[in-house]
Design a protein around this ligand. Structure first.
Ligand code: NAP
Length: 542
């Protein structure tokens, strides 16, 4: 275990104690916690409302793929008791209402400045504080800079010329207009079939005159089986919430779920099929993957589950050629994030819906009239880009974060993110990243991982304050060891074999590497706690 080193404190005082970037789920909770410490805290939020992911992604069908009574804050037993979720899987508007309720209940709004994007932050090595600049011309100095800027924040487009030439409206799913989009009687083109595409396609199909879906890589989508929650279910969960929340915090992925004990290869094909059928009918994103211990570690085991899902696609989609195009064959099941769908595959049985395979006929350009592939021009009146994000690192590298010696985070991460525990990095003192790269983050229930990071950061800040310490920074040695450990754990899985946003492969030119920590939220939490218990081992403290 690395050890911490200490030097003398500084006495100067910056304009504020902490700046938090982002007023989504992480930023709101971080504000609350720093306030409890009595810190002067300012939150900057680029949007004109709070909510982060749940503010920006308001396309039709946007919905969480973790159950609502699991994907919510756990820090307040009173909040757990008073808020009532209406559906098994909450829709984006309901989650946004919940976050508004949290902001009001804990009186968070006065410290949040909306419509203000942090564009640059420079570390002053003499004063030992950050100078933060915004797009509204504000500049202020702060001891701590906490990036609560999210994992999927910076949208990316289809990387072909001509989007600006398109004559009709163009909407990215992550920048959906508040007033909605009229599809009735229109010819709609949707590019992208990840979680956002899978959720919006069935709803757009209900209204559009024609819908063309452009698919580069098919996904494995499982049925959500969403429905209203019954009063009895809500009451039962509320009665056991304290134990349930505690179990979530101890769990591998932030949800309380049965874990497998056997290999897929040690049972008969019939037994496996029955197990997969039972898992399929749970309507839980990870249920099939949790059927056996080795589905994310052994390609042969994985193929049994992959083929099961393909069988479901074949039995849903009437046209065998379309079913085959929708069937993933180029990467193992679960190595790109699977989707939870409501009627996605069945949508392709509708006569006005067409699937275009961009692997055999690549996207060439967007024209004024539609989408041109290598084979033909597909006319459209409305263009929907469900093309995803520069995930995990984009929100951090698009800001000019300038650390020691004038080195930017962009430069430091030119060959991929280098972090200590995904919480911070060498050369960037007092900069914390909530659910940062190489932490479990997107592989877990984000609500639980966010709380774990926010609480760890808060404890760390308390430790510094109580000890009259000014500066904390991961050491280069500790972060090298963490990066190597994260890569080694990822290397034991099938994850790196897929071209996905988990590895940076979705953004042309982005360095490849597995961007999250797949060792389990339980193991990771223990590691973070041990670091803190050992006086912040692996950090230099000044
Ligand atoms: P995504 O998973 O990255 O999907 C983007 C889609 O656009 C993919 O099909 C991708 O194809 C395609 N695409 C990207 N660039 C393209 C190009 N240049 N040409 C053609 N096709 C292109 O993004 P997302 O659907 O927005 O989802 C991102 C993540 O957000 C999810 O994995 C999930 O973690 C989260 N999310 C969650 C929910 C939920 O809770 N239910 C809903 C939405 C999003 P390739 O696969 O070939 O790259």
């Amino acid at each position: 275990m690395p050890t911490a080193t200490f030097t003398a404190p500084s006495t100067a005082r910056p304009d504020t104690d902490a700046v938090i970037v982002g007023a989504g789920m992480s930023g709101l909770y971080q504000l609350l916690k720093l306030r409890e410490l009595g810190l002067r805290t300012v939150v900057f939020e680029a949007g004109d409302d709070i909510g982060g992911t749940w503010y920006w992604n308001r396309y039709p069908g946007a919905r969480c793929d973790i159950e609502s009574m699991t994907y919510s804050y756990s820090f307040s037993p009173e909040l757990d008791q008073e808020w009532v979720w209406s559906e098994r899987y909450a829709s984006q508007p309901e989650i946004l209402r919940y976050l508004h309720h949290v902001a009001d209940r804990f009186a968070l709004r006065p410290d949040i400045t909306l419509r203000t994007r942090v564009t640059r932050a420079v570390y002053d090595e003499t004063a030992r504080w950050w100078e933060v600049s915004t797009d509204t011309g504000q500049r202020l100095t702060t001891r701590f800079l906490i990036m609560a800027s999210g994992c999927s924040t910076v949208p990316k487009g289809p990387e072909v010329p001509g989007v600006e030439e398109f004559a009709g409206p163009v909407h990215h799913t992550a920048r959906w207009p508040r007033e909605g989009v009229e599809f009735a009687g229109r010819r709609v083109a949707v590019i992208g079939t990840g979680a956002s595409g899978v959720q919006c396609v069935p709803l757009i199909a209900r209204r559009a005159a024609e819908l063309t879906v452009f698919q580069r890589t098919p996904v494995y989508a499982l049925p959500a089986l969403n429905r209203p929650l019954t009063d009895a279910e809500v009451t039962a969960r509320k009665a056991e919430y304290p134990e349930f929340r505690a179990a979530q915090r101890r769990s591998k992925g932030g949800s309380v779920l049965a874990m497998p004990t056997r290999s897929a290869l040690e049972v008969t094909a019939e037994e496996r099929h029955a197990r997969y059928e039972a898992a399929w009918s749970e309507g839980v994103l990870s249920a099939v993957l949790r059927s056996y211990t080795d589905l994310l570690a052994d390609a042969r085991a994985n193929e049994t589950a992959a083929e099961f899902v393909r069988g479901k696609i074949r039995s849903t989609v009437a046209d065998p050629a379309t079913a085959e195009l929708l069937s993933p064959r180029t990467y193992p099941f679960g190595t790109k994030r699977p989707c939870l769908d409501t009627g996605y595959y069945a949508t392709f049985n509708l006569p006005h819906v067409r699937l275009v395979d961009l692997k055999s006929t690549p996207l060439v350009e967007i024209t004024a009239k539609g989408v041109r592939t290598a084979e033909e021009e597909h006319p459209a009146d409305v263009l929907v880009l469900a093309t995803g994000f520069d995930s995990m690192t984009g929100a951090l590298t698009t800001i000019d974060l300038v650390g020691r010696g004038g080195v930017t985070l962009r430069e430091k991460w030119a060959r991929g993110p280098v972090t200590y525990l995904g919480l911070g990095c060498a050369g960037f003192p007092n900069l914390f990243t909530v659910t940062g790269p190489l932490s479990p983050s997107v592989l877990t229930n984000m609500a639980v991982s966010i709380e774990q990071h926010v609480e760890w950061i808060t404890d760390c800040v308390r430790f510094l304050r109580d000890g009259e310490l000014t500066e904390i920074e991961g050491t280069a040695e500790a972060e090298r060891a963490w990066v190597a450990h994260a890569a080694e754990v990822a290397g034991r899985t099938l994850y790196p074999t897929a071209e996905s946003w988990y590895t940076g492969a979705n953004v042309p030119g982005k360095p490849r590497g597995f961007l999250a920590y797949p060792g389990g939220a339980d193991v990771y939490r223990e590691r973070c706690d041990a670091v803190a218990r050992d006086g912040y081992a692996g950090f230099t403290i000044t």
